[in-house]
Ligand binder design. Structure first.
Ligand code: AMP
Length: 418
């Protein structure tokens, strides 16, 4: 495998798949530039060793060429962070992009338009009628797969070397994240974001210092079940919080009022409780909850024990006892993996539980623990509290991180390694 550290980029055009899927406000200003900042070292490395750079990314989930998802909105932010002019190609597929790439001089940077303006990026047909027959669906899929080959070939034709630095989309076998690598059998490599992500997760999962605790929050058990099971093979203890709390409580016969409760997950929740007991893994739940009358930022808020939440209230954060318990158990850990906020932290009224968890992780880190924060929402929370530089590693990947921890082979990783 080639390494970005030793590769000779002089006179070469490097096409870099970055993850510039950043949040924008209603005036199209970047509200969180973490992902752009993360890609800067890779871009600078190519430029410093005599190469030129073609940046490509997706932004959001456009249904076609939608102006609000145009990467033109972020050009000035990228320029500011790089300290270099960035030429915008206006499209990713077409003569203009090809011409701009052809004319690229060492030290120059250009950026393609949002790759997902073309369905070929994901290889999924768009605009199919709701009542499309199976035959129509299959024909549309074959058609997009066919034209995807042309799209991949076009992207590859722009450059001499391919770098994948988009961990956030590494779990997708898209044109720019995996398929393009085939055109660069001897000139493909990971960027620094990818290398850092893979090392951090491999360190945590492969050789963790003990005690090792995972903290899992977020909304639903159903999206976390595989990772809970996988983590139970590695950790000494596990905090299960967020919306999941109530499904576990309800599965044990408790009345959780109007809280989130995935009834179909009850058997699996009970299985997890039993498995943890058998394996001697300590499971922590918050005994109390800060509840809201309705799911809104300014709803009335009140604390109840989880097992006593009245019908008209729903659990939206951990309560005072939960904060105390979690803080105590987190601060003595040596390895911590955190995925998912423990409450609806987007609403200030329900952010203090997540804040307490973040503070405890920061304290453990200052005492020598390795803390890996993963998943878009936990990183967003850590950023909201301005604590990002006080933990060991902030992962840029949500789904990709979870799938890698689950032990799945990520197409974006495999495409470089194979
Ligand atoms: P996930 O993507 O599964 O990690 O879920 C993250 C989301 O879970 C965040 O947007 C939180 O607002 C939400 N969340 C956390 N706790 C709760 C809760 N008690 N009830 C509903 N949503 C929650």
């Amino acid at each position: 495998m080639k390494s970005i550290d030793s590769y000779d980029f002089s006179g070469k055009r490097a096409i870099i798949r970055v993850d510039f899927n950043v949040p924008l406000d209603s005036n199209f200003h970047v509200t969180d530039d973490t992902r752009i900042r993360a890609a800067v070292p890779t871009i600078k490395k190519v430029l410093a060793s005599g190469g030129s750079v073609i940046l490509m990314s997706h932004l959001g989930r456009p249904k076609g060429s939608e102006e609000k998802y145009s990467l033109s909105h972020i050009v000035s932010t990228v320029e500011g962070l790089l300290g270099t002019k960035v030429m915008f190609a206006g499209d990713s597929w077409g003569e203009k992009a090809a011409e701009m790439a052809r004319d690229l001089k060492p030290g120059q940077v250009m950026m393609l338009e949002n790759l997902r303006f073309h369905p070929e990026e994901e290889g999924k047909p768009r605009g199919l009628a709701d009542d499309a027959t199976d035959a129509e669906k299959s024909a549309a899929k074959s058609a997009v797969k066919e034209s995807q080959k042309k799209f991949v070939k076009h992207l590859a034709s722009l450059a001499d070397v391919y770098i994948n630095d988009a961990f956030g989309t590494a779990h997708r076998a898209h044109a720019s994240t995996a398929l393009i690598a085939d055109y660069f059998p001897n000139d493909k490599m990971f960027g620094y974001v990818m290398m850092g992500e893979l090392k951090a997760i491999d360190d945590v999962m492969g050789n963790p210092q003990r005690p090792f605790m995972a903290i899992l929050g977020g909304a639903k058990v159903s999206t976390k079940i595989v990772i809970i099971e996988k983590l139970m093979e590695k950790v000494d203890s596990l905090i299960l919080a967020g919306g999941m709390t109530y499904t576990f409580a309800a599965a044990q016969g408790q009345d959780v009022g109007g809280s989130m409760n995935e009834k179909e997950m009850h058997p699996l929740a009970l299985e997890i409780l039993e498995k943890a007991q058998k394996k001697g893994i300590k499971l922590y739940f918050s005994p109390d909850a800060l509840c809201g009358k309705e799911f809104s930022a300014d709803t009335e808020a009140k604390e109840f024990l989880v097992k006593e939440i009245p019908a008209e209230w729903e659990g939206m954060d951990i309560g005072t006892q939960g904060k105390k318990l979690f803080t105590e158990v987190i601060k003595d850990q040596k390895t911590i993996l955190w995925n998912g906020p423990v409450g609806v932290f987007e609403f200030d009224k329900f952010a203090s539980g997540t804040r307490a968890v973040a503070d405890a992780i920061v304290e453990a880190t200052s005492r020598g623990a390795f803390s890996l924060i993963g998943g878009g929402d936990s990183v967003a929370a850590i950023n909201k509290f301005s604590l990002a530089d006080k933990v060991s590693y902030n992962s840029t990947g949500g789904g990709a991180l979870l799938e890698y921890i689950e032990g799945k082979e990520l197409p974006g990783v495999a495409a470089i390694r194979k």
